[in-house]
Design a protein around this ligand. Structure first.
Ligand code: 0A1
Ligand code: ZN
Length: 895
């Protein structure tokens, strides 16, 4: 039985520390099982605080020595626990020397200093530095670091840390050392060390002001041919930040290191970013277009953190969205600009919309469910038990939406002015979200007090809109209201500031100029209305006919729009909405309506029938050659299963799956001629290059193959099999394989085996192979459940519970991306979940907690499924030695 609950940390309880650290000198003597860390800390009293002890955090440290100004602490001046040391010190300055011993080989948490494939790597965000040495491990303690790394030359020829290399040399016994100096004060969560056998791809670039900088991408030998794309992305990110925000790289050297075992995507350690290999390595034969795109955006994300996160950091972890929401917004804008530039002037708007649609999909599939469940929290949470559980879609993705709304409300120039002011005030310090919004407010002379509610209120607001046409007056009265449902701990909600971008479409499909009552002239065809009260009306005048409103254009706010639209109107907007994002959304809404109706029929045992109107609207998009391929691929992809389940009351995965299978088969067979023509007609360049136009064509072909295989169209299946066999790149090969597997056609097993043979030694490609099988749909009820395959794959030689990528690929995909097969009525999926969460938790609580979250929304499911879930949730809750990470998730789920 779990003995106690981890304490809850509250945002309002923030207190500045009585002591801080100015300089840190670290010495690492690396040994796999006994690394000795010697730390010298130059500490000073914080003059803003009256009195108090010097407080140090530690976690699983063996303390060999601790002296203050060269002496042992006086008796009675030290209070120690396993995780905290408090020192009463006279005077205002002190030099601490602390020696600890740690065991990187036994560190399976991948937090602190750990080993991966024979090398040493660190991960310190959020609270990993305390697993290396005693330190006030909070982001508001910013110190200058010098680091000496000493290790074995044969196994670790490369020794890296933050900043500039100042010295290196040989030591006896086959050892060597390197000394690094970081000129910028930083919180310890940005500390990094790498000691490993790596090779480097290098480039020298000039910054805007003409300084030469050395850029490096470090990878394992044999992977140099996969590092080029990450390097290109880095250079593009550098240029973009110079041009867009006037922000230059401040270091002489910027390093990216790829590591195979990593809990997250990547980490922005100052000057020494550490990346999951998944977000660095790419070549056409092993990486898909989506991989190329993700690598570009993650490289940029970490690079952008150098200013938004590192130069200006967070005062405390409740402010996490200060750096994450802002940096995600920046990487989204960067990717949109990159896509637009590559697409060329004519296709730029569509390329941007395609990127925006991707972002909206992620928000709806990952953040909306979070906001509607037991883990719902504002982008700036009020409390947590384990901060690692708050690297969430809310903090990141909704946080980015909040920044985007500021950008929309203030305009690009106003936003830029706010950024400039923010840096002028806060460069080199650790601040709060209020500081950021205040800079935006001051730079623009705009009161943003009410806007701050976005930082404190959880839950997805509902925006309701109704229009009334007055034919005689030629006016259209739009009434818009807002309502945010209660979330745990927040029963009452206040009205938010919601920017609502809208257009009015005439019966001919053309946008009408927008003129509000009282205005002398119309002003554009898309305008941003600001809804800041519970309800408000706008009257548009000068209209020649009743318009169709297009609301929330570009997804201008992270809300759920509730508007009555019949099928005909959705089909009309699917065909005509000038806002590509809304055109896509019209297709999503129509598909959602059709799928939920089919699912209801399936649940009641009624016959399923797809409305002809939907097939026609779908076909029109499919055939519209004027639309670029990437957009068509978006518009013809059905809404994510996770999003649909969220919209279903109660969530019934089996019924929804029946609906999806039926709709896929119907579309695939009714439109088989078009789909085949599309696969055969879209010509591809012989040589693969990562380019949005090519990627769009590949995406559309792969989608067409999906529908054809879903319909078991014999010629379509043959096309997929042929493309699989002849593919010249991973996007085509994996797209065809996925279509065969998804359709569960006879060819699937042979193709899976061939794929495995070809890539058996390639860990990243095998992750795709695991994920694809974990996501398999059962089209024949007599076939063995996917669960049986997942169990078999857990025993595959290539699988390892110790590698997060493998866990996410196999278990993550099964628990999250395959609801119908996971939520089996007999509860066997839940038993696997409990067993695996408990097993993972013993080694890596962060990864276990992420897997645990797959069941947090269990109360949304049918009573029968809930009854099967509860005992498994309780089994995990009661497991011996459960971590605080998993404990927090389960307790909140069961509360
Ligand atoms: N700051 C990183 C994400 C990150 C967070 C925690 C980690 O370890 C627990 C690792 C990385 C980012 O936003 O990219
Ligand atoms: Zn980040």
């Amino acid at each position: 039985m779990k003995a106690e609950h981890a304490p809850t940390i509250r945002r309002t309880e923030f207190m500045p520390l009585p002591w801080t650290v100015l300089r840190v000198d670290l010495h690492f003597s690396l040994h796999p099982e006994a690394t000795v860390v010697t730390s010298r800390l130059a500490c000073v009293r914080n003059r803003a605080v009256d009195a108090g002890a010097l407080v140090l955090d530690g976690d699983e440290l063996e303390t060999l020595a601790l002296t203050i100004d060269g002496c042992d602490p006086q008796p009675g001046t030290v209070r120690r626990s396993a995780s905290r040391i408090e020192l009463d010190i006279d005077g205002d300055e002190a030099e601490l020397e602390i020696v600890t011993r740690i065991n990187p080989r036994a560190n399976s948490t991948l937090s602190g200093l750990y080993q991966s494939r024979g090398g040493y790597f660190t991960q310190c965000e959020a609270e990993g530095f305390r697993r290396i040495t005693w330190f006030p491990d909070r982001p508001d303690v910013m110190a200058r670091f010098t680091v000496t790394v000493e290790g074995e030359r044969a196994s670790c020829p490369v020794l890296l840390s933050n900043g500039n290399l100042v010295e290196e040399g040989e030591l006896p016994d086959g050892r060597h050392y390197a000394r690094w100096e970081d000129p910028f004060p930083k919180p310890c969560y940005l500390f990094a060390l790498v000691a490993a056998d790596l090779v480097v791809l290098e480039r020298r670039e000039l910054t805007a002001s003409g300084r030469e900088v050395l850029l490096q991408v470090w990878v394992e030998a044999g992977n140099l041919d996969r590092a080029g794309h990450a390097m290109d992305a880095l250079v593009h990110a550098m240029r973009w930040d110079e041009e867009t925000f006037g922000l230059e790289l401040d270091l002489d050297r910027y390093m990216i290191v790829a590591v195979s075992d990593f809990n997250m995507g990547a980490m922005e350690n100052k000057g020494l970013n550490i990346f999951n290999t998944k977000y660095v390595l790419a070549k056409p034969d092993t990486a898909t277009d989506a991989d190329y795109e993700h690598i570009e955006s993650v490289v940029a994300h970490e690079y952008f953190h150098n200013w938004t996160g590192n130069r200006v950091t967070c005062r405390d972890w409740f402010q996490l969205t200060l750096k994450e929401g802002l940096t995600v917004f920046r990487d989204q804008q960067f990717s949109a600009d990159m896509l637009a530039a590559a697409a060329g002037a004519e296709a730029a708007a569509s390329a941007r919309a395609v990127k925006r649609i991707d972002d909206v999909r992620v928000l709806r599939a990952a953040q909306f469910p979070e906001d509607a469940g037991p883990m719902a929290h504002p982008i700036r949470p009020d409390s947590y038990q384990e901060i690692n559980n708050f690297y969430t879609a809310t903090v990141y993705e909704k946080g980015a939406e909040v920044i985007r709304m500021l950008h929309t409300l203030l305009g690009p120039e106003g936003f830029r002015n706010g950024m400039d002011l923010y840096f002028s005030y806060h460069d080199g310090s650790a601040v709060t979200c209020d500081d950021f919004v205040e800079a935006m407010s001051e730079a623009n002379g705009r009161d943003l007090d009410q806007f701050m509610l976005w930082y404190s209120q959880a839950g997805t607001p509902r925006v309701k809109a109704e229009g009334v046409w007055d034919g005689a007056a030629g006016s259209y009265l739009l009434t818009v209201s807002q309502y945010t449902p209660p979330t745990p701990g927040q029963a009452e909600k206040q009205a938010l500031v919601i920017p609502l971008a809208i257009g009015l479409i005439g019966p001919d499909g053309e946008d009408r100029p927008l003129q509000l009552e009282g205005e002398a002239h119309p002003g554009g065809t898309t305008r941003v209305l600001e809804l800041s009260s519970e309800s408000r009306q706008w009257r548009f005048v000068g209209l020649d006919a009743e318009p169709v409103p297009s609301l929330l254009r570009g997804f201008s706010a992270p809300v759920i729009l509730e508007v009555e639209e019949d099928d005909a109107r959705l089909a009309f907007r699917m065909a005509h909405d000038a806002d590509a994002c809304n055109r896509w959304d019209a297709a999503q809404r129509y598909a959602e309506r059709v799928l939920l109706a089919l699912a209801a029929a399936a649940a009641d045992g009624r016959a399923m029938a797809v409305p002809q109107g939907f097939v026609d609207a779908f076909a029109r998009l499919l055939r519209d050659q004027r639309l670029d391929a990437a957009f068509r691929a978006q518009a013809l992809s059905l809404p994510a299963e996770a999003y649909l389940l969220e919209r279903m009351q109660p969530a019934d995965p089996a019924a929804l799956r029946a609906a999806q299978i039926h709709l896929g088969m119907t579309l695939g067979s009714m439109l088989a001629d078009d789909l085949r023509a599309l696969v055969e007609g879209l010509v591809e360049p012989a040589e693969y290059r990562y380019h949005p136009a090519d990627a769009g064509r590949r995406a559309l072909i792969n989608l067409a193959l999906r529908y054809l295989c879903a319909a078991r169209d014999a010629r379509g299946v043959a096309l997929a099999a042929q493309r699989f066999a002849e593919a010249g790149n991973m996007t085509d090969r994996f797209g065809a394989l996925a279509a065969l597997v998804h359709g569960a056609v006879a060819e699937a097993e042979g193709a899976l085996a061939a794929f495995y043979r070809r890539y058996r030694d390639d860990a990243l490609v095998l992750d795709k192979w695991f994920a694809l099988q974990a996501g398999m749909w059962r089209r024949d009820p007599a076939a063995p459940p996917t669960l049986a395959r997942v169990r078999a794959l857990l025993a595959d030689a290539a699988f390892s519970l110790a590698n997060p990528n493998k866990v996410y690929a196999l278990l993550g995909s099964f628990f999250r991306a395959n609801p119908a097969e996971f939520h089996l009525p007999d509860g066997s999926g839940y038993a696997l979940w409990a067993e695996q969460v408990i097993a993972l938790d013993a080694a890596n609580p962060q990864v276990a907690a992420r897997m645990a979250r797959a069941l947090e929304n269990w109360r949304r499911f049918t009573p029968a499924l809930q009854a099967a879930m509860r005992p498994q949730l309780e089994r995990v809750r009661d497991a011996e030695g459960l971590s605080a990470d998993v404990g927090e998730i389960i307790d909140k789920a069961l509360a």
